[in-house]
Ligand binder design. Structure first.
Ligand SMILES: [Zn+2]
Length: 81
């Protein structure tokens, strides 16, 4: 953890981060925000299986915009920057 990151965490009291994927910083599609909470989610759902989309039964990374709560999904895990 760098100094600034630690400083920011100390002030904000949260775990928001900036992320990059495919060489581009992730920005919220709705509000343009750059701070996200992250989580993992399985794409394996009954609905997908019924639709014959079993190929999608894998884990995705979700980034949740801390400003507007918009959720972006990525099959590849974005890199923390
Ligand atoms: Zn947003």
């Amino acid at each position: 953890m760098g100094f600034f990151e630690g400083f920011k965490r100390g002030v904000a009291g949260d775990d928001t981060q900036h992320y990059s994927i495919a060489g581009t910083q992730v920005r919220c599609a709705h509000c343009g925000g750059q701070d996200f909470d992250t989580g993992k989610s399985l794409l394996n759902t009954t609905g997908l299986s019924l639709l014959g989309l079993d190929w999608a039964n894998r884990e995705a990374t979700v980034l949740i915009c801390t400003n507007c709560s918009h959720i972006d999904w990525f099959l590849e895990a974005p890199e923390r920057i």
